[in-house]
Design a protein around this ligand. Sequence first.
Ligand code: THG
Length: 262
Amino acid sequence: MFIIGELINGMYKNIGKAIQQKDKSVIQKCALEQLAAGADALDINCGPASKDPASDIRWLIEVIQEVSDSPLSLDSSKPKVIESGLASLKNKAIINSTTADKEKLDILVPLAKKHNAKLIGLTISAKGIPQNKDQRLELAADIVANCSEAGFSVEDLYLDPIVMPVNVAQQQMEDILQAIEEFKIISTPSPKTIVGLSNVSQGTCVRSLVNRTFLVMALARGLSGAILDPLDKDLMDAAITAELILNKNIYCDSYLDAYRKK
Ligand code: THG
């Protein structure tokens, strides 16, 4: 599973404050801790309080690149912010994200192609959040079609079914899981799949348990990646164990240590 660490996000108080005060040690520590815990890449989101996200994202990228060459996931709903980030990015890039709206796809798909970046496609549009599996599949097919037409490799595309909090959208959980499974048969080669895992537990009081249970169920449906908190050891243990059961890792008594990235 491809793991993107979610913790460099201005919605967290300590990160929001560090961005405001340009305190690079907080950001660098958060980056290195997540990578040491097994993250393959880091999500970078300036958060809702940033007054100048196009400039803040460049600062975040620069200070992280001083300590790491891991891929960075540029997380913004504004193409201008992503474009600004890409201009100062030396590491590999993941564009997080485009929606299924044509005006966004027409900017972000060519941008991803130009920068050799991976692209996350949210199955959401200006019409709103999909309410069932079929609406998710329709939006996913629009995204895949746009990528194919633009000559962007679908293997570099991660489709995101939009995970909703279980306490407000309990009846949609099975639709989301089925969408993960069925996104793969939209095209050959298959697009990959990804979720923003912590969304599922927002507002619940047993967040870690809800997160890891959903992750294991999604992995069983073929999920390729997740944006998650890699410092949650129980979550990482569950992910490693799910991949063992799915025969992606070979069993040994010390498999948790063996597969925990050094
Ligand atoms: N898909 C994609 N990208 C995404 C999301 C997604 N990026 C943002 C988000 N969703 C994934 N990242 C987070 C990060 C934090 C939380 C949820 C998702 C979170 N934060 C605490 C909260 O809101 O309760 C903040 C706690 C605090 O302030 O300390 O839950 O779905 N492609």
